[in-house]
Write a protein that binds this ligand. Structure first.
Ligand code: PLP
Length: 375
């Protein structure tokens, strides 16, 4: 049986689809506030969402102003090459503008990596608890998913190297990781980059990098010819998750290849305007980082009082062990607090909580206290 016959066999569609697409896991996002409000008959303003690692301070105010101005030009196509944004990023980094690609969220760039580099017969290596999009896009393009053990829920770079072979095209690493919140020390990453074979692309995801004090900087290695694509987002510390914009940088050759697979107008003009202004909103970013550090301290103290096991790093979320995740998440939703069960991510017994405003963190801790009192 060939692959299109196999795909037909498993589907009621009369049209064949690419083999394996129907097996690609479906991405399930955190519950939206409106959905919970509708289903539970609650007032949406009374619900707090701590489920998708969003910015509790909202979007960068400078970005909001820029988006308002950009509304007047909605009849025009966006600048497909993102001239202004790539030049601003180049100016800030010392790289050239041709070394940047802008995406519809960093998710689009992760998908482009898979589209360009992965195919049946190849594999992608990642940690045991990877950002969910890595296995999705790997599977989607027919490559093998190889997961390296993460002892103590941390990346073990030697374990990753053990899984790399001549068929490996991409290694996906996020630091800090998600769903586990830990980052990889800068010196460990520097050694790893030297050891990684030349035929492998390192897709280094820095979605939460701005929350770190001393992150690994991929730029010197890129300048020394290493095959690295550093992926970043405006969804987290810049507060632009709804605008859907991220970016990546690497060698000009690598970026040129990815650009061939990208839709010319995948990033809209409001997103471009917002991101450009957000990059300059240094004050806002600094404020968000401090608020996040305070929030993590508040949550840790609260979990300790409740005698709960937790995992926290510098990123804007923490993991906390509650054992019966389904029961606990349902209880919290009834209290108007949306968090994320980690059971679908092979972390049974844990929930992931995004750091909120102080009053939101307090409400989560009070609701958890109530949950453990009654259970
Ligand atoms: C590690 C990591 N990478 C990438 C993303 C995707 O971000 P976006 O597509 O919003 O830029 C996320 C989102 O949660 C993430 O946690």
């Amino acid at each position: 049986m060939n692959s299109s016959e196999q795909s037909k066999e498993r589907s009621n569609l009369s049209v064949s689809h690419r083999f394996g697409v129907d097996r690609t896991p479906l991405y399930k996002p955190g519950l939206p506030i409106e959905l919970v409000a509708r289903e539970k008959g609650m007032d949406p303003s009374k619900i707090i969402k701590l489920a998708s690692n969003e910015n509790p301070l909202g979007p960068s105010p400078k970005a909001v102003e820029a988006v308002k101005v950009a509304l007047n030009d909605l009849h025009r196509y966006p600048d497909g090459g993102a001239w202004e944004l790539t030049h601003k990023l180049a100016e800030q980094s010392g790289l050239s503008a041709n070394q940047f690609i802008i995406g519809n969220g960093s998710n689009e760039i992760l998908e482009l990596v898979a589209q360009v580099f992965l195919e049946p017969g190849t594999n992608a290596v990642m940690g045991e608890y990877p950002f969910v999009v890595y296995p999705i896009v790997t599977q989607h393009f027919g490559a093998e998913i190889r997961k390296a053990p993460m002892p103590d829920l941390r990346h073990d770079l030697d374990e990753i190297l053990k899984l790399v072979d001549e068929k490996t095209r991409v290694v996906f690493i996020a630091s800090p990781n998600n769903p586990t919140p830990h980052d990889i020390p800068r010196d460990e990453m520097e050694v790893f980059v030297q050891k990684l074979p030349e035929h492998v692309l390192l897709c280094f995801d820095g979605a939460y990098q701005e929350y770190l004090d001393d992150p690994f900087d991929p730029i010197p290695s890129i300048q020394n010819g290493k095959s690295i694509l550093a992926v970043r987002t405006f969804s987290k510390i810049y507060g632009l998750a709804g605008n859907r914009i991220g970016y990546a940088y690497g060698s000009e050759e690598l970026v040129a290849l990815l650009m061939r697979a990208r839709q010319p107008f995948s990033v809209n003009s409001l997103a471009l305007a917002g991101a450009l202004a957000a990059l300059e909103d240094v004050e806002f970013v600094a404020k968000c980082k401090v608020l996040n550090q305070q929030g993590i301290a508040q949550l840790k103290e609260g979990f300790e009082k409740l005698n709960l096991e937790y995992e926290a790093g510098c990123a804007n979320f923490v993991l906390v062990r509650v054992d019966d995740t389904r029961e606990c998440c349902e209880f919290l939703v009834e209290k108007g607090v949306i968090v994320r069960s980690m059971s679908p991510f092979s972390l049974d017994g844990w929930i992931r909580v995004s750091v909120g405003l102080p009053a939101e963190n307090e409400r989560l801790l009070d609701s958890l206290a109530e949950y453990f009192q009654q259970s």
